[in-house]
Structures are given as C-alpha cells and as structure tokens.
Design a protein around this ligand. Structure first.
Ligand code: HEM
Length: 401
C-alpha cells in the first residue's frame, strides 16, 4: 500500500506526477482527496476499465450517496444536490439506467448529430469573425466556451440569453461554490428547467432534439417531468464543461509542441483523427464521477472492500506507460484508440459524437484563420480550475495571428 495518503495541495495544478507515483506503486490506493474525502483512486489503465464495468460497483446515488458523509470529514462534501437534478442516468444502475439511456438515444441519433455539422460550422465562423489578427484574448472566453454552450442550448431549445446564467450555475455546481451557492444555483437551474420542460411538453411536437426527447415514447414508456429536468441538466453540464476544456487543453498542448502544431497546419485532414490523441493526453475529465463498491472488488491484487467510494482517474489511465509508449508525449499521428477519456462501459459518454464534431470544427477553423497564434503568457503562470472532475484552465491567453 502507498505511503501517500493525502493528495498534495497542488494536485489539480499538476496531477500527472502524482498519478505517475501512485501508478508505479499499485493499481489502486486509498487516498484523501484535496478536500478530505477518503476514496480509492485507480490510476492504471487495465484496472480502470475493470473498475468502470465491474458488477460489484454501483453508480446508484440512492444506494451509495450516504457514503459521501461516511467518508468525509468535511461537511462541505455532505451537501445534497437538489433531488430534481439528480435522477439522471449517470446516477443510476440498470434497469433504471438502461431505460433512460434508451429513451434519450432515440432522440440523440448519430444522424441528428451529423446534421448539425453545418450549424456548428456557422457558430464557430461567427465567433472567429469577431476576432482579429494581433488581438490578445482569453481563448476560452472568446471561442472555446461560447461554441459548445451555444450548440447545447440550441439542442435543448434554450434561449441563448440564458447562457451566462447557465455558465454561472454549472460553475457553482461543479463544486467551485460554497454549499449555499451550490444550493442556490441548483434551485435556480431546477426552476428554470421546470418551466422550460413544461412549455415544450405543452407545445406541438416538432423535429428539434428536445421536443423529440420530451415526446420520446418507448412502447408507451415516457420520461416524466422530473426525469426530463434531470436529463436536461445532465446534458447541459456534461455538454459544455467538457468540450470547452478539450478545446482549451488541446490548443495549449499544441502551442507547447510547435512541431506537432506544424504537422496539423500542413495536414489539416489529420485533425479529426488527432482528436483521440488530445482526448488521451489531456482529456477534460480527470477523475470520473463517483462510484461505490457494493461488494468487495479485487483490482490487480488489491481488495477494495464493500462500502467504499471508488474513483477512476481517466487522465491517469490514459497516460499509463503499459498501454501507450511515450505516454506523456503529444503525438498527433499516433493511434490513440482505446483511451478512456469518454469513460467505458454502460456510462460511456452519450455525447461523444457531438464532442468530436465540435472539436474537429473548432480546431480546423481556428488553425485555418489564425495559423500563427501564440501563447500570451508563460506556461507556468497558467492556473487550472480547482476541480478533480474537470481538467481545464481558468483562462488561456493567446495572441492571434
Ligand atoms: C458521460 C466525457 C461531451 C453527455 C460521460 C462520461 C465521461 C464523459 C468520462 C462518463 C462518466 C462516468 O462514467 O463517470 C466527456 C468528454 C466530452 C463530453 C471528455 C467532451 C470532450 C459530452 C457532450 C454531451 C455529453 C457534448 C451531450 C451533449 C454525456 C452524458 C453522459 C456522459 C449524457 C452520461 C451517460 C450515461 O450515464 O450513460 N461523458 N463528455 N458529454 N456524457 Fe460526456
């Protein structure tokens, strides 16, 4: 067992060397997260995949939610999220998960996503048109954030005027706020979504995604209002906090590796395939969402007892040298297939095709219009957001050219 039981204070600023240390010692360790929560953290690739699919492991918040209080010394960690927002598929095991996922999959078809490409291109082009050579901007604020939030708001039929509210609420909810702020944000979001869902349910069905979801019917089975609110909440948060940071992290990696940037400028047709390498190297989800051991689980010779919180670092698994050679190196031509940046098993990211589409469009247009963009800050001064879930920067200052 490891001697490191408390993750260092600067863990979110530089998680990779901590992961390297833990991974070298064993596949899974009992550690205290930065705010004190005691968890079992998985850092090796093979064991990560086992932990994400093992039948001894549950995601059912109703069953395992109380473990947060049991394993946390800090009352901040014990807060309960607004119940209306929590009945979504990422908090469920089969059969509840299977039912919700089936209903949403009916509305979220690959065809519907691909049909969005021209609109995503248009949104990206509009954002880029507002930027000029010589400008120094925060690329997250000016480009990486508005693109996915506009797309997801349009998918859900939410007026774009509410975009800033959503950004604020989801920021608070991803644990950047105090317990009171989190509660206030959750209530505000639940209230807004209730009105939105009710309005769509009363309107005539049309061919938009959210209307299809509200009216989705699986042999008479439908989503009720609470389930629709939770689903919309999950899609909103999962749909933008991640893609923003995939774009930001990828641009940072490229600016720090000019040889790799040059390859993509010379051969932009490689961009779609290179998406997988950016996801692997610095994916926007560090530690996947909470899981609970329902029974003892053996992981690479270590037994995680029943009744524990299990966390899987996707970022650590994706840099496991046993899976990828030169795992810390960006290589836009490598085949990064098999990475777990979108998770693994039944909770595999539902939005992966949309995220890949948005990333492809974003990077293609950005490099085409500003091939000589540079970092406008020393890399060491960049600050990562204080979250173990989201791996993303606060700001990404760049000079456009
Ligand atoms: C689930 C990553 C974009 C919707 C997940 C999970 C991961 C992930 C790791 C599984 C979490 C776990 O098992 O604990 C990402 C990344 C994205 C991205 C890296 C962008 C680069 C999106 C988008 C949407 C979305 C654009 C929707 C529009 C979802 C949903 C789930 C999910 C609904 C839950 C699936 C289930 O429980 O069956 N995502 N995601 N994601 N994601 Fe994404």
């Amino acid at each position: 067992m490891t001697t490191l039981t408390q993750l260092p204070d600067d863990y979110v600023q530089n998680p990779h060397h901590v992961h390297d240390m833990l991974r070298a010692e064993g596949p899974v360790q009992e550690v205290h997260m930065p705010r004190g929560l005691k968890v079992w953290l998985v850092t090796r690739y093979d064991e990560a995949k086992i932990a994400l699919t093992a039948p001894q492991v549950s995601k059912n918040i109703a069953e395992g939610g109380h473990l947060m209080a049991v394993h946390s010394p800090d009352t901040d960690q014990r807060r309960e999220i607004e119940p209306t927002l929590a009945v979504h598929m990422l908090n469920m095991d089969p059969p509840g998960h299977t039912r919700l996922r089936k209903l949403v999959t009916k509305a979220f078809t690959a065809r519907r996503i691909e049909l969005m490409r021209p609109r995503v291109q248009e949104i990206a082009a509009e954002l880029i048109a507002k930027l000029n050579d010589g400008d120094e901007v925060d690329l997250l604020e000016a480009f990486a954030f508005p693109l996915p939030i506009t797309v997801i708001c349009e998918l859900l039929g939410i007026p774009i005027d509410n975009r800033d509210d959503f950004r604020e609420w989801s920021n608070q909810l991803l644990s950047f706020g105090t317990p009171d702020q989190v509660q206030a944000a959750a209530s505000a979001m639940a209230g807004f979504l209730f009105q939105h869902v009710t309005a769509i349910a009363q309107a005539e069905p049309d061919d938009t995604f959210f209307s299809a979801l509200v009216h989705a019917d699986d042999s008479g089975d439908r989503l009720n209002t609470e389930e629709l609110i939770s689903m919309a909440f999950l899609l909103l948060v999962a749909g933008h906090e991640t893609t923003v940071n995939l774009i930001g992290n990828a641009v940072l990696s490229l600016l720090r590796n000019p040889d790799q940037l040059q390859i993509l400028k010379d051969r932009p047709e490689l961009i779609p395939a290179s998406t997988e390498e950016f996801l692997r190297l610095e994916g926007p989800v560090n530690v996947a969402t909470f899981r609970y051991t329902r029974e003892d689980l053996e992981l690479g010779g270590v037994t995680v007892p029943a009744g524990e919180i299990l966390m899987v670092s996707l970022v650590a698994a994706n840099r496991d040298p046993a899976k990828y050679a030169d795992a810390d190196k960006l290589d836009v031509t490598r085949s990064a297939q098999g990475h777990v940046a979108f998770g693994h098993g039944i909770h595999f990211c539902l939005g992966a095709p949309l995220a890949r589409l948005e990333f492809d469009v974003a990077l293609t247009q950005l490099l085409d219009r500003f091939p000589n963009l540079t970092l406008a800050a020393e890399p060491e001064t960049l600050v990562w957001r204080d979250s173990t879930l989201i791996r993303g920067l606060h700001t990404l200052p760049v000079r456009l050219a």
